[in-house]
Design a protein around this ligand. Structure first.
Ligand SMILES: Nc1ncnc2c1ncn2[C@@H]1O[C@H](COP(=O)(O)OP(=O)(O)OP(=O)(O)O)[C@@H](O)[C@H]1O
Ligand SMILES: [Mg+2]
Length: 454
């Protein structure tokens, strides 16, 4: 029983009604990192992506009580603090945390992304004296490290010095100075722990949707510690996690949109579902291989599907069959299992389609003939075509741009999604029908339905 217990992490922080930072970001992070999340709310904020309109602190004893009930019953493997708001809340938290002795990540939150103060000025002294010394790790951003140390930090070199100073001055076990607000092509965080420095580096994502970066990062470190990782590994996976959560930040609200903690598990889950669906589609085609063989084009057939269009950006997000599906004797041959990033033509077609109609996530190419178009229409499928000869010269010159142009051009004309978009080919280009569908299985069914009537 005990060896299979899920680790329990606790966040002691403020509530963000906008769901971007605070308790809300922390609980999403805990879930994404595979630990059970619990919470002790210090303060309620009426907040959105633009502003903190109002703050309502909870009584310090009530904050302590939330920590106690959780620790007494579920047990806490690691905790983090975020917004603590006032000196009395900090004291109550410090007292309670000390009694239980669980590992603590202190995120010394002072100012929100929108600029609002989240910690009273007179509370900074109490934070330094009572809470930071209890921390396994303290995780200030640039401005917070400057406020805690009274020094200026404008480079990675200064951040190194500051990280060591935090440990030397306040007696916490480790300190990481985050680089979100230190200029540079990379976002570099510097950890100082047991006499050594560690650098965690990622490309800086160009985005305004960074609401909750610090919260998610410190919660992910706490989750790693709760799982029993050593501190350096916990920080390393937290950095991976936060980079993905920022990369797929959510475009909601008109200010700083929330980070997207779920992306960390949602994208791999989507990739698995897509591979499975394409495999099932291929099985269906193989089951009907005699009829399907008759509609495989000379260049071979491919069938592909993208991950959730909210997340699909490049051909790397579209799975298809490496080496395509080819005719073999009376049937078809599929040499490999589906993989991501192996098709250009079909991936481009799908990526172009989902930008307009996100519900059409899959496509395959099949042979074109007038008769096949007639059959498709006779069984209720909609069709439309484009003429490669109308393609502007400037687009012809760009490798791979024809498909995008052709599909966009066609959809503009039809004003609605269609099951099949075909073209008549060109010199050295075989005419092709592209069959679209909700998923790869749906596409395979359409192809089989057409092929059966041949
Ligand atoms: N634009 C970005 N691209 C990539 N990583 C980033 C970006 N901005 C911040 N980070 C990373 O996010 C983590 C949090 O750092 P940051 O300095 O933003 O914290 P913070 O200022 O406390 O955030 P918050 O304002 O949400 O409290 C760090 O690992 C940092 O390197
Ligand atoms: Mg912060």
């Amino acid at each position: 029983m005990s060896s299979r217990r899920i680790p329990v992490a606790l966040t002691i922080a403020g509530s963000d009604s906008g769901g971007g930072a605070g308790i809300q970001a922390d609980l999403k992070t805990f879930a994404a990192m595979g630990v059970h999340g619990t919470s002790a709310i210090t303060s309620l904020t009426a907040q959105n992506t633009r502003e903190v309109r109002s703050v309502h602190d909870l009584p310090p004893e009530f904050v302590a009580l939330q920590i106690e009930v959780v620790a007494d019953d579920l047990g806490v493997d690691a905790a983090k603090t975020g917004m603590l708001s006032s000196a009395p809340i900090i004291s109550a938290v410090a007292r309670t945390v000390k009694r239980y002795g669980f590992p603590l990540v202190v995120d010394p939150v002072m100012i929100a992304k929108s600029g609002a103060r989240l910690l009273r000025e007179d509370a900074v002294e109490i934070l330094k004296r009572e809470l930071i010394p209890l921390a396994k790790i303290v995780t200030p951003n640039r401005m917070e490290a400057e406020a805690l140390l009274g020094v200026k930090i404008d480079s990675v070199e200064r951040a190194r010095e500051a990280a060591q100073m935090l440990v030397d001055v306040y007696g916490c076990e480790a300190a990481i100075v985050k680089g979100g607000h230190i200029e540079g092509e990379h976002a570099v965080d510097i950890l100082y722990y047991r006499g050594s420095f560690y650098e965690f580096k990622s490309l800086r994502v160009q985005t305004k949707n960074t609401h909750g970066t610090g919260c998610g990062f410190s919660a992910a470190i706490a989750a790693g510690i709760a799982k029993g990782k050593n501190l350096v590994d916990a920080v390393s996976s937290a950095k991976d996690f936060i980079t993905t959560a920022i990369e797929y930040g959510l475009d909601v609200g008109s200010g700083h949109g929330p980070i997207n903690p779920a992306a960390y598990i949602y994208i791999p889950a989507e990739r698995y579902r897509v591979l499975e669906n394409v495999e099932r589609a291929v099985e269906l085609l193989l089951k009907n291989d005699r009829v399907v063989a008759k509609v495989v084009p000379e260049v071979g057939m491919n069938i592909g599907m993208s991950i959730d269009p909210l997340y699909a950006r490049t051909p790397l997000d579209v799975a298809a069959i490496p080496g395509r599906i080819t005719r073999y004797r009376d049937g078809i041959m599929v040499k490999s299992k589906p993989e991501f990033g192996v098709s250009k033509h079909i991936a481009n077609a799908i990526l172009t389609m989902i930008r307009v109609y996100p519900e059409y996530r899959a496509a395959a190419n099949m042979a074109y003939s007038e008769k096949l178009v007639e059959i498709a229409e006779s069984i209720g499928l909609t069709t439309a075509y484009f003429d490669r000869r109308e393609e502007p010269e400037s687009i012809k010159l760009v490798e791979g741009a024809t498909i995008k142009w052709g599909i966009e051009h066609t959809l503009k004309r039809t004003g609605k999604p269609v099951d099949i978009i075909y073209d008549f080919g060109d010199v050295g280009k075989e005419p092709v029908m592209r069959v679209f569908g909700g998923d790869a299985v749906d596409v395979a069914r359409k192809i089989i339905a057409i092929a059966n009537k041949q």
